[in-house]
Ligand binder design. Sequence first.
Ligand SMILES: [Zn+2]
Length: 125
Amino acid sequence: MIVLMIEIDTNKYKKLLENELKIVTDELKSVGHINPSNPADWEANPPKDKEDDADENITADNIEAYEDNSAILKELEIRFNEIKVALQKITDNKYGICEKCGKQIEIERLDANPAAVTCIADMKH
Ligand SMILES: [Zn+2]
């Protein structure tokens, strides 16, 4: 059984996480959309064309824009999932426990990143 040294204000972090989740979700919507066949999956939007679908040649610019969207989407999806995991931990009363060593994560680390799942000593792994 882990004894917490400091009481973590989970309500505060829950609010921070929920706010960030909203922002990340909005950003996800700006570069992608939810996969219709898998609601847990996001797909990058194809580059915004000039409504000129007659030309089926994909230009290098378009490919680049699509790859940019994909890269941004991937980053956002990772963040989205981290926040989801952290919120789940709050629900499960496991929030703020380092996944590597089982110790309490430093408050300053949680303040810097409310979705952190490792303590400062373990964050470099
Ligand atoms: Zn640790």
